[in-house]
Design a protein around this ligand. Structure first.
Ligand SMILES: [Zn+2]
Ligand SMILES: [Zn+2]
Length: 341
């Protein structure tokens, strides 16, 4: 890709539900407390469709991208913790205001004015992007850019949900769905020391689930998920990475007392949960929001340490539309990653 010193390539959406356009735009300058990131790789997440639709009120044109791996290219005034050349990632957490009630309690991911890259500002579908310094996570030396990128949303979401759950080493944990999130969730759960049962549609994903570290596999089309979980003693936690609410709640009857159904598969569709399914075992249905940049850094370090890696397909930035379409069709195995060179 050829760009001169002052312009860069960007794949952006010109209008709500429009097709991506590859354009030359000016390389942006970092303001106070911001850094410019030279993007090396950017994962394509299902939540990028929120940008494309304008579902969270973003402006157009807008470049999506919140699974960004690259290096610090320039720093703005007042940035002391980062230097040019530092390998960094930017995930769903794209900055906070430090002044709202949640921030004042130290709960930055719950910030009332939290910023999401690709929504609040142009994200990683470009050769360069600007991010607030607090949004940066360090990438360990032995993790490549294309492997690090998906870990900054799909990775942190499952890693952080599992480590924040009530499950403890040795507990039975169910991972519902084997896709962009689920294929990482299975690996994290196994490396964290859980007994892992993968749940997916059809028998053909069983061998893959075992390769990823699952100890058991349940074909949800051939058996009753809750019944099968109970045969294994019941799950302490079921992590729902699918986006179909009925596929999530199918596990409820197979969750142990004081257990949790942790929901990370993003869907606007209502979930049917009979109160009778929650009361006897004091069962919780728990959402989980990604994590901060430090949580991202923890995710990257744990992945480097334990060998957890995403399964990816790469395409150059110029083919952003093709990468996005493949992700949306569900045909990606398992994460599409855009590369800049
Ligand atoms: Zn805040
Ligand atoms: Zn995402």
């Amino acid at each position: 890709m050829v760009s001169d010193m002052t312009t860069m390539k960007m794949a952006r959406v010109p209008e709500a539900n429009g097709q991506f356009e590859l354009v030359d735009v000016e390389v942006p300058e970092p303001g106070p407390s911001q850094v410019r990131v030279k993007v090396h790789a950017c994962g394509v997440c299902h939540s990028d469709s929120l940008t494309v639709m304008g579902a969270m009120g973003n402006d157009f044109p807008r470049a999506p991208g919140h699974e960004v791996a690259g290096e610090v290219d320039a720093v703005g005034d007042g940035v002391t913790a980062w230097s040019t050349g530092d390998r960094v990632g930017v995930g769903w957490f794209g900055g906070c205001d430090f002044t709202c009630e949640a921030c004042r309690r130290g709960d930055f991911i719950s910030c009332a004015n939290g910023q999401i890259p690709g929504i609040a500002y142009d994200g990683g579908y470009a050769e360069y992007m600007i991010a607030p310094a607090e949004a940066l996570a360090r990438i360990p030396d032995d993790l490549s850019d294309v492997d690090a990128a998906p870990l900054l949303c799909a990775g942190i979401t499952t890693f952080n949900a599992l480590r924040g759950s009530v499950a403890r080493p040795g507990d039975l944990v169910a991972i519902i769905g084997i896709g962009g999130l689920g294929h990482l969730g299975i690996q994290y759960a196994a490396k964290m020391g859980f007994e892992v049962v993968a749940v997916a549609r059809g028998g053909e994903k069983g061998p893959l689930a075992k390769e990823l570290g699952a100890h058991h596999y349940i074909d949800s089309t051939a058996s009753d998920v809750a019944e099968e979980l109970n045969k294994l003693g019941g799950a302490q936690v079921a992590l729902a990475t699918v986006t179909v609410p009925d596929a999530m709640t199918a596990a409820l009857g197979g969750i142990k007392p004081r257990g949790q159904l942790v929901v990370v598969g993003a869907s606007p569709d209502p979930m049917q949960v009979p109160p009778f399914a929650l009361i006897p075992g004091s069962t919780a249905v728990q959402g989980h929001a990604s994590g901060t940049s430090q949580d991202s850094e923890d995710t990257l370090r744990f992945s480097a340490l334990t060998g957890v890696r995403p399964t990816i397909e790469t395409l150059p930035l110029a083919e952003a539309q093709a990468a996005y379409d493949k992700m949306m069709s569900g045909d990606a195995r398992f994460r599409m990653v855009l590369t800049m060179r």
